[in-house]
Write a protein of this length. Sequence first.
Length: 153
Amino acid sequence: MKKTRKKPTETDVIGHRGERWLYTSIVKEHFFHPKNIFTSDKEADMYERTADGVGQVGSPKCGDVMRMYIKVDKETDTIKECRWKTFGCCSAIASTSILSEMVIGMTLDKAKKITPLDIVKALGGLPARKIHCSVLGDQALRAAIEDYKKRKR
Ligand code: FES
């Protein structure tokens, strides 16, 4: 009797516990071509001097770090630029890349209402174990907005 083989599941990465992760084409695009990212610390340091708000957060779940910088139109409290750098994984890079595009032109109040779920939806989904990675950019953005508000007072 002929043995039937199981059709292989489409997989991009096999996790350390054997779980199979599939990333959407949007995630891959933002991971391989991240938007608004700094490619060197020198560039980020130079930019920080003229940034209106800076926020940094670390993930207690994995120890990764995200630092985000915003420039704001002070008349309208609208985000003009959003740049960032990270020691984070593929999902953190993709999440923050798409977030940095979403918030440009947005008021600070509206940007603060963006949730990690909004980011995951914009990416077309993330593997369940990687959802926490989308929180890093979201929290760094909130910290940068708070920093801007503090400086403004
Ligand atoms: S595993 Fe650390 S941010 Fe994704």
